[in-house]
Design a binder for this molecule. Structure first.
Ligand code: C2E
Ligand code: CA
Ligand code: CA
Length: 420
């Protein structure tokens, strides 16, 4: 078993695995060459040489069979192990036709190896040097290394508690009253500093790690939301009590049958009213597996949680789900808000979304408000809530608590005054 976080180094001559061993890892070679060989009649038969930019040891993982050959470092080598779980997760997400093709290729390769074994093979010490990988193959290799290393780092980050939630205020437009927050994840990387979600959420979703990250977010919310709500009650003049917090949820989370009960259990254990927690889901997430997502969201809504559609208008805006899903908030995407005052078309889109929200009787939150003029225009168009740098950037918990204590409606309601 390898240290799941480390690159491994092998000195020349080391045997990495033997024919017949169970396969639990494949390896990406970043330095040195690996020899794949069979032991026969007291000697060895070389089957292949693998060089930097190549993967080896993948066969036993793809088809569950034991190792079909042995592997030895021909020189000092550096490898990035890819675990069976990492490969299986990606396989399960891949196209079924591709999976079928892969299965056929694997079976044919095994047949060839068996034939070679049964009918004898000449020693092949004269193997040609492998051709240099094509630019496309090189790009795939680099992307694979990045994803595998990042996934490993994310696992370590979970173990070492390197994630942190930041909170961005959501205010009532018009009155400036503080209504709640959106929780946004940050990764305090030991070397790279604060990493934004754009740098890791996609790999977390591909690898399935998002499930563990969301579980962490849910438990962290359980830890901090009671304090946020308590501090909010202390500023009753400027804070709409009780404050809510929204969390971002992915399709993978909703696909797990246990998701609603996990969240409910956290709320009950922490004594948090379900209405103080909102789940934000993007349209594209909803469309990927609408039936499963609808089932999970209906259960969450039934227990009292709020359900917000995030980045509304940017996905496959299928309006049918608006009538079938228990949605309580629409979030107008930042892209429309940003262009609203300069582009008449975006202005009309915002207007249409706000009218739609009004028609189905739910409030809207406009995201990414940076300018006082945007806040004024949105309030004039009947948008209930606003979120954006104008009211506050995402901030760590201690700053967030200080912000709640000192929240002043006049500043937020009349952003021209506060910006002056
Ligand atoms: P999002 O849900 O649309 O979150 C809003 C993003 O817009 C945040 O970026 C926020 O910092 C940024 N933002 C807010 N106001 C303004 C503004 O006035 N101007 C500008 N330019 N940007 C503004 P962030 O924190 O980098 O998050 C990016 C995305 O990562 C989020 O988009 C969300 O989809 C995802 N994400 C964040 N936290 C989590 C999480 O805990 N779990 C999951 N699954 N996804 C998360
Ligand atoms: Ca969001
Ligand atoms: Ca958003």
């Amino acid at each position: 078993m390898h240290d799941p976080y480390a690159h491994i180094t092998l000195s020349a001559g080391t045997i990495l695995f033997e024919e017949g061993d169970a396969g639990d890892y494949a390896y990406l070679i970043t330095r040195g060459r690996i020899e794949i060989f069979l032991r026969r009649d007291g000697g060895e038969v070389r089957l292949a040489l693998r060089s930097p930019g190549e993967i080896f040891g993948e066969m036993a993982i793809l088809d569950f069979d034991p190792r079909s050959a042995s592997a030895r470092a021909l020189e000092d080598c550096e490898l990035v192990p890819v675990s069976e779980a990492q490969i299986r997760q990606r396989l399960s997400e891949s196209d079924p036709v591709l999976r079928l093709c892969l299965g056929v290729v694997m079976a044919r390769y095994r047949e060839t190896v068996t034939l070679l074994r049964e009918h004898g093979i000449a020693a092949r010490h004269d193997l040609p040097q492998p051709a240099a990988p094509s630019p496309a193959a090189r790009a795939d290799f680099d992307a694979a290394i990045t994803a595998v290393v990042l996934e490993r780092e994310l696992r370590r980050a979970l173990d070492r508690q390197e994630f942190e939630l930041f909170f961005q205020p959501i205010v009532r437009l018009g009155t400036g009253i503080l209504a709640g927050f959106e929780a946004l994840i940050r990764w305090r990387h030991p070397e790279r500093g604060l990493v934004l979600p754009g740098g890791f959420i996609a790999v977390a979703e591909e690898s399935g790690l998002i499930i563990d990250i969301t579980a962490w977010v849910v438990s962290e919310i359980g830890r901090v939301l009671p304090e946020i709500m308590r501090v909010g009650l202390g500023n009753a003049v400027a804070v709409e009590g009780p404050l809510f917090v929204s969390i971002n949820v992915s399709g993978h989370d909703l696909a797990r049958a246990t998701f609603p009960s996990m969240v409910c259990e956290m709320l009950t254990t922490r004594g948090i009213p379900a209405g103080s927690l909102k789940l934000e889901i993007t349209e594209s997430t909803l469309m990927r597996d609408p039936v499963t997502a609808a089932d999970a969201l209906t259960r969450c809504r039934a227990s009292g949680m709020g359900i917000a559609i995030d980045d509304f208008g940017t996905g496959y805006s299928s309006l049918s789900y608006l009538s079938t899903l228990p949605i309580t908030t629409l979030k107008v995407d930042r892209a429309f808000v940003r262009a609203m005052l300069s582009e008449p078309r975006d202005h009309r889109i915002v207007q249409t979304i706000l009218r739609l929200a009004d028609e189905i009787g739910i409030p809207a939150v406009a995201e990414g408000i940076e300018e006082p003029a945007e806040a004024l225009a949105l309030a004039g168009m009947g948008c209930a809530y606003g979120q954006g740098y104008l009211f506050g950037r995402p901030a760590p918990l201690p700053e967030t608590l200080a912000l709640i204590r000192s929240w002043n409606c006049a500043d937020a309601a009349d952003p021209c005054a506060s910006a002056a």
